[in-house]
Ligand binder design. Structure first.
Ligand SMILES: CC(C)(COP(=O)(O)OP(=O)(O)OC[C@H]1O[C@@H](n2cnc3c(N)ncnc32)[C@H](O)[C@@H]1OP(=O)(O)O)[C@@H](O)C(=O)NCCC(=O)NCCS
Length: 151
């Protein structure tokens, strides 16, 4: 499936946050727009990449920000349950990595949980290495991943 891939400028408007949370609540359960807003408020080089259909419905998204001057952090992403396994998650990741290369980042890092198996598999298939695990009081075992963007 080919979606329209668009970048939303940060800071996101309330309307954009509402459109995002309509999707995130289907995937992650309650995740308020304030949580997204607060997470991004002190971050730099924020990218918000959105997949839409021709009716401009948000089908998927990927959000990241700078971790260090040479490493980008991919924070959160999801595709609407009804639209999964059609290639959108991959398209969003490719768009994010191309943007990161263009911005001069050498690495992209992310983390996930065992329960987000589809993302773990997509990351592994897209060239990420597992670099470690970390015990988190809230989430349990977090899996840390890193990919070199170019040789
Ligand atoms: C992870 C997620 C964004 C992937 O989006 P998607 O559009 O379904 O992924 P794609 O269709 O682009 O998949 C690309 C490849 O990833 C792998 N993959 C994705 N989902 C998979 C699954 N459930 N089982 C096995 N492989 C999977 C496959 O290799 C797939 O290629 P293929 O379909 O040709 O075999 C989506 O499953 C999702 O929103 N999951 C819940 C939210 C989540 O886990 N977020 C991350 C929290 S850290």
């Amino acid at each position: 499936m080919t979606a329209n891939i668009v970048f939303w400028d940060a800071p996101l408007t309330d309307q954009q946050l509402i459109r995002l949370t309509l999707l995130t609540e289907k995937v992650f359960g309650p995740l308020t727009k304030d949580r997204i807003k607060n997470k991004l408020k002190d971050k730099s080089a924020i990218s918000v990449i959105i997949a839409t259909n021709d009716s401009d419905d948000v089908l998927g998204f990927k959000i990241g920000f700078e971790a260090t001057p040479n490493t980008y952090y991919s924070w959160l992403g999801a595709v609407a349950p009804s639209q999964q396994r059609k290639g959108l998650g991959k398209q969003l990741m490719v768009a994010q990595h191309m943007w990161c290369i263009h911005q001069g980042y050498q690495f992209v890092e992310t983390k996930t949980l065992n329960k987000w198996r589809s993302m773990l598999l997509l990351n592994i298939r897209s060239g990420f290495d597992i670099t470690g695990t970390r015990e988190d009081d809230v989430h349990g075992t977090e899996i840390l991943l890193r990919k070199r963007l170019k040789q």
